[in-house]
Design a protein around this ligand. Structure first.
Ligand SMILES: [Zn+2]
Ligand SMILES: [Zn+2]
Ligand SMILES: [Zn+2]
Ligand SMILES: [Zn+2]
Ligand SMILES: [Zn+2]
Ligand SMILES: [Zn+2]
Ligand SMILES: [Zn+2]
Ligand SMILES: [Zn+2]
Length: 289
């Protein structure tokens, strides 16, 4: 074959095969039970429904054989099918035996973590003390907790280190899923479930909320307003106005249209309408340490 034909063949079937977890052009033979599955999550979901004795997780690094989805040939793990010449994954990690055609996820392998992660190498750094990759926004900007990510989410009990969901790092350095964290905040619980420290670090969230506010175009009368209060000494707050849309903030009526977010010693109050007054006393942090 000419080099352009070989090149073309590599991309054949790209994004057309896979399971609900990954787009990829191969299945894996589970090293543990010798069965064929689309991916390790498919394996784990299936075995978790079996009897207690049979329940087990697949160790990704142990996968030895894959089956090409285009030509059905079983073969040792490699990026390109030895029989039909397609790339079984546009992204391929030889350590994790991991294939994914959807490179938009910006997969990368972290040597220290020993697994592949998503979100772009340039957006993460590996914190040796916490023992995991964290967003660069947290570099020199978080409390380190030894092996912080090597435990289960205190809300849903899923193991955090290799969870597919986003994780939030609290001011105390403890971690939980971002969605579990949001759920907790929605239930008006502002303490870390592990150490009970109250104020929560939202560095990553913070930026997103900023963007969300910027990106939201609302009719003049309903434009979001927001301001930051700094917790100086309880029970008094001083606060800084960040947005001209907020009317005089001394007393504002608490409404459902009001959302609170926490950043270090500050509280971000997002108003979904220009409401007249908020009673700040109402929002005292329950247990400050
Ligand atoms: Zn198995
Ligand atoms: Zn799957
Ligand atoms: Zn093949
Ligand atoms: Zn990897
Ligand atoms: Zn890492
Ligand atoms: Zn750390
Ligand atoms: Zn969780
Ligand atoms: Zn904590």
């Amino acid at each position: 074959m000419e080099s352009s034909a070989i090149e073309q063949r590599l991309h054949f079937g790209n994004m057309e095969y896979g399971c609900k977890h990954y787009r990829r052009r191969c299945m894996i033979r589970a090293p543990c039970c010798n069965e064929i599955y689309s991916c390790r999550h498919c394996h784990n979901e299936t075995t978790s429904m079996q009897s207690h004795l049979y329940r087990h997780d697949l160790v990704r690094q142990d996968v030895k054989q894959v089956v090409c989805s285009v030509c059905d040939t079983e073969q040792p793990v490699a990026q390109v099918c030895t029989n039909c010449g397609v790339r079984m994954g546009e992204y391929f990690c030889d350590i994790c035996k991991f294939f994914d055609d959807d490179t938009g996820k910006q997969q990368f392998h972290c040597d220290e973590c020993g697994i592949c992660r998503v979100g772009g190498q340039e957006n993460f750094f590996h914190c040796d003390k916490c023992g995991s990759c964290y967003s660069v926004t947290l570099r020199g900007n978080h409390s380190c907790v030894e092996n912080s990510m090597r435990h289960h989410c205190p809300i849903c009990y899923e193991y955090l280190f290799d969870s597919m969901k986003d994780t939030s790092v609290m001011k105390c350095g403890h971690t939980m899923h971002l969605e579990c964290y949001r759920e907790m905040i929605n239930r008006d619980k502002f303490c870390c479930p592990i150490c009970s420290k109250s104020v929560i670090d939202m560095t990553r969230e913070w930026k997103r909320i900023d963007e969300e506010i910027e990106a939201t175009v609302m009719p003049e009368d309903y434009r979001f307003g927001y301001f930051v209060m700094t917790a100086m000494t309880q029970p008094k707050f001083t606060f800084t106005l960040l947005d001209k849309n907020v009317v005089t903030v001394v007393h504002i009526i608490p409404e459902q249209s009001l959302r609170l977010f926490f950043l270090n010693d500050q509280i971000l109050v997002v108003l979904e309408k220009n409401v007249a007054t908020v009673n700040l006393e109402h929002y005292l942090i329950p247990h400050q340490h």
